[in-house]
Design a protein around this ligand. Structure first.
Ligand code: UDP
Ligand code: MG
Length: 317
């Protein structure tokens, strides 16, 4: 049997995407017919409960340039993507969402940069066609993250983009359990370039990322790539101590020289509440890091695979 060795891999995690699936395959087939090098598509089913797995199975058994990887349950987009990056066989890897919000046709523009010697070409969203709240939260998040991160993380860029094999191999080496792949990609280094593009609306179906999941992603971005929150605690602590020392001196002066009655209950209550709050918040923030250490130390696999279809052959894991 001839082993198919692709030069270009498209890695696409899908979760309950039956509505958009056929359209996705059409767009990919049309695109791949225009690319001269051999291509493969790595589809990762993130535990879909609709018809997506059946559609994936059909395409991967018929067309051997499609790999289908099935996770045992829903592990979340970032881990599904990680699974895909461990199965891609190409020299150049393009990562995109399954809902066609990221135009696959941007391939050519990304590829030009890779040919020029860049190792990462990532999409930068020019404008978002999403709800105002979502847009505002995204904007705020990326501005904040960019300011406080220990490493530069490009603004308004998601996972959509193209990477070379060596970048992918390095990303795969990073086994951190709470994954923020765009941060990991940026951490890897090499020459990276942003490519502006217009983020479309989802071609069909509803968003699979809930607000809760987006918050988790945002948390992972901040707590995995920044120690700023801990630093803020230290500053806050110093501030509190300074304020209380000044307050103490003032009261002492008042007591010794003016013998006026120290201000009473209100100030006291205010102080207790304020510092109680500061302490609880501090413990919570430290807890964020401790929780991450806790899960990392367990060293569990990032995902489990139930079934794979590679070169049309089915293997059960
Ligand atoms: N996705 C996934 N697992 C999940 C949630 C989403 O694999 O638990 C996939 C989804 O099928 C899509 C991509 O991740 O291909 C982006 O999801 P979505 O479009 O819902 O996110 P948004 O574009 O709203 O950020
Ligand atoms: Mg989407």
């Amino acid at each position: 049997m001839m082993i198919f060795s692709p030069k270009i891999s498209f890695v696409i995690p899908v979760y309950n995407e039956e509505e958009v699936f056929d359209l996705l395959i059409k767009r990919l087939d049309a695109l791949m017919s225009k690319i001269e090098s051999p291509c493969e598509v790595v589809l990762i089913d993130d535990g879909s409960i609709d018809n997506t797995p059946v559609l994936m199975e059909n395409i991967a058994t018929k067309h051997h340039n499609y790999q289908a990887i099935f996770l045992t349950r829903n592990f979340g987009h970032q881990r599904a993507l990680s699974a895909g990056l461990e199965h891609a066989r190409g020299e150049v890897i393009m990562i995109l969402d399954g809902d066609l919000q990221d135009p696959p046709e941007l391939f050519f523009e990304f590829y030009e940069h890779i040919k020029k010697g860049y190792d990462v070409a990532y999409g930068v969203r020019k404008e978002r066609k999403e709800s105002a709240i979502k847009r505002a939260s995204y904007n705020a998040f990326y501005r904040i993250l960019n300011k406080i991160s220990n490493y530069p993380i490009p603004k308004d860029s998601g996972d959509f983009g193209m990477i070379t094999r060596r970048v992918m191999d390095n990303m795969n080496k990073m086994r951190e359990e709470s994954r923020f792949l765009r941060g990991i990609r940026s951490w890897v280094g090499y020459r990276q370039i942003g490519v502006p593009y217009e983020r479309k609306e989802r071609a069909a179906g509803v968003p699979k990322y809930s607000f809760k999941m987006l918050f988790k992603l945002a948390y992972d971005g901040i707590f995995n790539f920044s120690v700023f929150p801990i630093k803020v605690l230290t500053y806050l602590g110093v501030l509190c101590i300074s304020v209380s020392i000044i307050y103490f001196i003032l009261t002492l002066v008042k007591r010794l020289f003016y013998d006026s009655v120290p201000s009473g209950f209100t100030a006291l209550l205010f102080m207790i509440l304020l510092f109680g709050g500061v302490q609880l918040l501090s413990i919570g923030i430290i807890g964020e890091y401790v929780q991450r250490i806790f899960f990392q130390v367990k060293n569990r696999p990032l995902y489990l695979i139930s079934k794979k279809i590679i070169n049309g052959n089915k293997t059960l894991d």
